[in-house]
Every structure is written in C-alpha cells, then in structure tokens.
Design a protein around this ligand. Sequence first.
Ligand code: SAM
Length: 377
Amino acid sequence: MSAQQIPNLNTLKGALRPGGRVRGGRLRDQTTSHEAGEDGEARKDKVVQQTDGDASMSRMSAVDLGYLEDPFARPFIQVGTYVRSSAIDLLIGKFLATDANKPKQIISLGAGSDTRFFRLVSQSPSLPIVYHELDFPINTAQKVAAIRRTPRLLSTIQSSLSQPEDLKISSSGDSLTSPTYNIHPLDLRVLAGDQSAPKLPELPNLSSSIPTLLLSECCLIYLSPTHADNILQTLTQRIIAPSTPVSLILYEPIRPHDSFGKVMIANLAARGIHLQTLQKYSSLFRQKTRLKNAGFVGGQGAADIDFCWERWIPDDEKERVAGLEMLDEVEEWRLLAQHYCVAWGWRNGEGSQDEDVFSRAWAGMESQRNDEGEDDG
Ligand SMILES: C[S@@+](CC[C@H](N)C(=O)[O-])C[C@H]1O[C@@H](n2cnc3c(N)ncnc32)[C@H](O)[C@@H]1O
C-alpha cells in the first residue's frame, strides 16, 4: 500500500501513541467537583456516556476533510472515520438492497450522535426502513435537542414519513418516535436481566417480525461480557421473534495483547475507559465464535480495518481519499487499523418469507483469515 492510499486517521492516533497526547481533555474538564459525590458506578457510566463525544469528533473531522459525505454530522459534535464508516455502510447497503422493497429494521445499540439514519434517508427518502437508536437518556436527550433545533434534521425525518405529525417527542425530551425513526432512552443493561422476567422495556414501533440488523459500533465493548451476551440474547430471542432473520454488525477494538494493543489499553485506562469485553473477544476468530455462540449461525465474518481498506474500498475511492491528505506515518496507521475490526453474523428466519435475506446480502463479503495460530475453522 502506498502512503498516498492511506486515509487520515489522525484523530485517533494521539490516543494510541505511546506517551502520546491523551485525547478528550474535554472528558476531564467536564468531570468537575460536583461529581465528587457520585458513586463509582455513576462515575464510570459518565465516562462511557462521554465516549460518544470522541466518536463524533472523529466523524466530524472525516467529514470536514472531505472523506465522508455526511452533512448531517455537523449539528453534532462527533466524528467517525472513513474506513470504518465505509465498511459498515457497505454491509448495511447490501442488506437494504436485498429485496429492496420489503421492510427492514435496524437497531443501533449505543448510537450516540451517529447520523447514519439521516444519510440513508437523504439518499433514498422512500426506503422501507424502521430505524431504532438506543442510548442512555442523557445522550438521547442531547440528540433529540439537536434534532429539534436543526431544521435540516427535522425535515429529513419528516421526508421519510407519510404524515409529518407521526413524529413525536416525549415531554421529557429524551425520546423520539415515528414509524421510521426512533430514539429510545435506555440503559442497555436493563436488557441483560433475568431472561425469564416477564417485563421488557417498551420500545415503540419496534417490530419483532421484520428482518432486523443489530449494530454495535463501539458500544457492547463497554459492558461486561455477561451483560453484553445477555443483551444480545434478549434482543434476538425475546424482543425479536426467534423465527425472524437477524444479524449483528460489531465494530470494536481487538488484539490487546501485542505491544501496540497494550499501549492502547493503557492510554484508554488513563482516561478511565475500560473496554470490558476486549480480553474475551480479542481476535477475529473470537469475534466470529462469539457471533456463532450468540445464535448468528447462518454465517459469520470478520476483518480488521486495515484489511477493509485494502480489500473493500474500491481503487477509485482510495485515490479520491488519497488526494485529500496523506498520512505521514503509514506504519503507525496500519498498526492502528489492525487493532479495530468489523465482525458480522446472521441467523436465517425459519419459514419466514425473507428467510435467507442476510445470506444473500452478504454472500460476497470477503472475510479475513484468522490470526496466525488460531483455529481456521
Ligand atoms: C464510543 S460511543 C459510540 C457511539 C456511536 N455508536 C458511534 O459509533 O458513533 C459509545 C456509546 O455507547 C453508549 N453506551 C455504552 N453503554 C451503554 C449502556 N449500558 N446503555 C446505553 N448506551 C450505552 C454510550 O452512551 C455511547 O453513546
């Protein structure tokens, strides 16, 4: 790979470089003395909630530099990175394009201020999609407020509705519902409770029977492995009917055991950020096994971001990105990119009309070989 083909991921580098600048001073600034009285759990939650600010800062810089076409990211303070967004967009695009006229559902866990719904709908307003975002109430309230004060965001949601008045915002301001786009204020750990408990939280407009894609972009990694696994079980067995085709796309760090991974963890720990599932799901192989064990038995794939750049991004797109800015330290970028992965898996629906929608959508997606020494099976 030539240096000219590398996108600028500088926004992430500082956080990962040994002895490098610790990004997100904002986090510290905001953790002021009034929080001194908060208990340890609340403090830890606050750090996790504020990771959304980091994600959106990365997204904004990718947009500002011209890598991503996402005018909707502007009203939020956040950013994602070019390759990660493109890789996930590719998987989602293939899902939406398969049986394109049939309804589909996306549930984004820990969506924060992500703007993917707005991008999708602005590209095709009549997309038959129901989109749900789940996050802590403190984050959903910020997002709903941003939508309220931004005509462009409001009108994009309305363009997806047959009746504009179907868009409703709760009096508490932390929830937004409509037949197409929904923001639900929810601590996901509520879904990790006793699997036989009769009561589940109310999630308006969520269908249990249409093909559903679950998305966790750096979200489940902040939960304990038991919580993360139980949440998936509740979603795929109780909230979505067991006969409905369901998939999961994960984007999260991997490979914590090499020297770069150790620095990455140490620097995040210095900011109070603990990636709780990283040890358990530390490799491409472990991520695929995780997906299989969680019931996504139709198929699984995984690739690190370096691989996605090399193999998934078309050459003309690489050239376009390379024209925007060069990365000064190619090897550092590659190392960084090798420590983030996209993993995907699905189950087919038994007897459902759309039974094999994910198998068809993702048949051609190139998965990466497992790390050396891992089981290739
Ligand atoms: C790093 S941000 C990622 C945001 C977004 N997915 C993106 O990629 O831009 C992690 C998000 O997960 C959310 N999150 C973490 N734990 C959560 C929980 N227990 N319940 C709800 N949301 C949670 C955080 O509040 C935050 O918005």
